[in-house]
Design a binder for this molecule. Structure first.
Ligand code: PGA
Length: 257
């Protein structure tokens, strides 16, 4: 069984000085206790300096986005091989802000996912419904469509080499959190979709919850049987909150000994 996973998504926040203070505090708190991996996804300009801080620690590096292309005339883009070169282990793919604000379609997201796998990165596929979609009762089918695009483009085997993050759009940065039961229901559905292709891969897959995870709701979310950790935005910018969330995830994954 893989460990739980907590990823801090700094989004477009920080500067050299605040990053350093935040990292110093977060790193001071990290122990090898519990079944947990912690990753930090800073903005691109800070990947190298954060990588240097993380060297010889048990916290790993991730990026927030990548290009679907391998190299060439794509001004402003960053490739999977560059992320790998700078020391990334994870890369977020299809975050709802990328989908909503930068027009990323399911097809583009699928190409990015495949590009990451190709270079040995672990893509974290973000899926989730809007409030209107939830109200219309189509949450599961929205999430299935988002996963199916990757399965069609890259194949189920590659999808299961990544991580899936369920992030209801209405809960991101809003202070609204899905209840543990609401989140669990969608996580169970996601695992079921994978299980219809490959039962063992479904068991092994890490499915993270994201959307206003805070120190005081993390434990209840992470205790759900199909929630294997979290993708943390706002609360990852505050050392005490992020540390508390990490500690809440230092529990045995899915009841294993
Ligand atoms: P939030 O963001 O924790 O600030 O809601 C989560 C995310 O967007 O990954």
């Amino acid at each position: 069984m893989k460990p739980n996973l907590v990823i801090g998504n700094w989004k477009m926040n920080g500067d050299q000085q605040t990053n350093e203070v935040l990292l110093r505090n977060v790193l001071a708190s990290q122990t090898n206790e519990g079944h947990l991996e912690v990753a930090i996804c800073p903005p691109f300009p800070y990947l190298a300096s954060v990588a240097a801080h993380l060297q010889d620690t048990n916290v790993v590096l991730g990026a927030q986005n990548l290009s679907p292309a391998t190299h060439g005339a794509f001004t402003g883009e960053v490739s999977a091989s560059m992320l790998r070169d700078i020391g990334c282990r994870y890369v977020l793919v299809g975050h709802s802000e990328r989908r909503a604000l930068f027009g990323e379609t399911n097809e583009v997201v699928a190409q990015k996912f495949a590009a990451a796998i190709e270079q040995g990165l672990i893509p974290v596929l973000c899926v989730g419904e809007t409030l209107d979609e939830r109200r219309a009762g189509i949450t599961n089918s929205v999430v299935t469509t988002q996963m199916t695009a990757v399965i069609k483009h890259a194949g189920i085997e590659k999808l299961t080499r990544g991580v899936i993050a369920y992030e209801p759009v209405w809960a991101i940065g809003t202070g609204e959190t899905a209840s543990p039961e609401q989140a669990q229901a969608v996580h169970q559905h996601i695992r079921g979709v994978i299980g219809s292709f490959n039962k063992q891969a479904a068991i092994d897959l890490q499915i993270l919850y994201g959307g206003s995870v805070k120190a005081d709701n993390a434990k209840a979310l992470f205790s759900q049987p199909d929630i294997d950790g979290g993708l943390i935005g706002g609360a990852s910018l505050d050392a005490a909150s992020f540390i508390a969330i990490c500690n809440a995830a230092r529990i045995n994954p899915r009841g294993t000994a």
